[in-house]
Ligand binder design. Structure first.
Ligand SMILES: *Cc1c(COP(=O)(O)O)cnc(C)c1O
Length: 357
């Protein structure tokens, strides 16, 4: 098969080294003679992998003492509910920056008093609202740091008088984060951290236990912290692949190093979008995401969209179709996507321009 370049929004491209190591573990997990798919999660070999995974998260994101990392089923979508259940007592504010934040707010409203503090919905989420004042009488401000569908991103930890809670599903591990500003950071692994089937939550332990409602056992972060994410059977294989992905990231130099590579990749592609008369970017320039680059055909070339999809497919470019609510194109440049992949996309856009202009 000839070389393909994968720009899928999620599940994402994973590093080849992580895939190769995972294939080996399916055949024989750590020399036990048992496949990782059949291993008991109560063995010392498996517990060592869980410990390694937690330690890698703490090291890579420089997570301070007082925080725990837990691995959960149910995806980021279940965290939409668990976050307010565990942290919302009086009132919570949500920054409405896209479909995912809207879904998070919906769950919070079902739990207690939650409201949108600012929104860019009336302009199809093409920008990140700014200049809103954060009240001090709320339990937390919830943000979605990267809006996977619209290609906007909050790349700097907000200054806030109250603790933050963040859905970082699609940009976690893409850059350094000041974890101490957050009561909770959560992410479905399949956008940048691993395969589908596991979500990660980074929880400030002493911020828990402050709500008066009954917390069902499985929806209480303390259950998973107390049991080392093994209250019930964890998603063993997903955690293994995630561990291998984190090992690869560490070998690349960690989040500082990958951030530089990610910025360069995104700059390369945005420069071409801005130069090439056939294409235009959809997100406000100052809020452009480094992870998900959204663009459409320029107005006078709109009828060429399907032709460009076919042209790109012929060049081995996979997964550049935009989300149905935005249309056009979206190239996701997650950690495992290389500069070479981005260069291939840029070259394809340039060749298409020569054909059509
Ligand atoms: C994909 C995505 C989700 C949903 O993740 P699931 O793990 O599928 O529930 C939530 N938030 C953001 C920002 C996403 O990109």
């Amino acid at each position: 098969m000839s070389k393909v370049h994968v720009f899928n929004a999620g599940p994402c491209l994973l590093p080849q080294a992580a895939l190769d190591a995972s294939i080996e573990a399916i055949k024989d997990f750590k020399g036990t003679g048992v496949s990782v798919l059949c291993i008991s999660h109560r063995t010392k070999e498996w517990e060592a992998t869980m410990d390694e995974c937690r330690a890698l998260w703490k090291e890579l994101l420089n997570i301070p003492d007082g925080y725990e990392v837990v691995f959960l089923g149910g995806g980021a979508s279940l965290e939409f509910l668990m976050a307010p259940m565990n942290f919302l007592e009086k009132k919570a504010a949500y920054l409405d920056t896209g479909m995912w934040s809207k879904k998070a707010l919906k769950e919070a409203k079902g739990i207690g008093d939650a409201y949108a503090i600012a929104s860019s919905a009336d302009q199809n989420y093409t920008f990140i609202p700014k200049g809103f004042e954060i009240p001090t009488d709320i339990d937390y401000l919830h943000i979605t740091t990267n809006n996977t569908i619209y290609g906007t991103e909050i790349r700097k930890d907000l200054d806030s008088p109250v603790p933050l809670i963040a859905d970082m599903s699609s940009d976690i591990l893409s850059r350094p984060v000041d974890v101490s500003k957050y009561n909770l950071i959560y992410a479905g692994a399949q956008k940048n951290a691993g395969p589908a089937g596991v979500a990660v939550a980074i929880v400030k332990v002493d911020a828990l236990g402050k709500v008066s409602r009954y917390l069902p056992t499985m929806l209480d972060y303390r259950t998973h912290i107390d049991k080392g994410s093994m209250f019930n059977t964890p998603p063993v294989f997903s955690i293994l692949v995630m561990t291998e992905t984190l090992k690869w990231l560490k070998a690349q130099g960690g989040v500082e190093a990958i951030n530089k590579i990610n910025v360069k990749k995104a700059e390369t592609l945005y420069a071409e979008i801005d130069r090439n008369p056939l294409f235009v970017g959809t997100a406000n320039k100052e809020d452009r995401s480094i992870m998900n680059v959204c663009f459409v055909m320029a107005p006078s070339y709109e009828d060429l969209q399907d032709e460009f999809f076919a042209f790109a497919k012929g060049k081995g470019l996979v997964g550049i179709k935009g989300h149905r609510s935005v249309g056009g194109f979206r190239a996701s440049l997650y950690n495992a996507c290389s500069q070479e992949d981005v260069d291939a996309l840029v070259e394809c856009m340039q060749e298409f321009e020569k054909l059509k202009k």
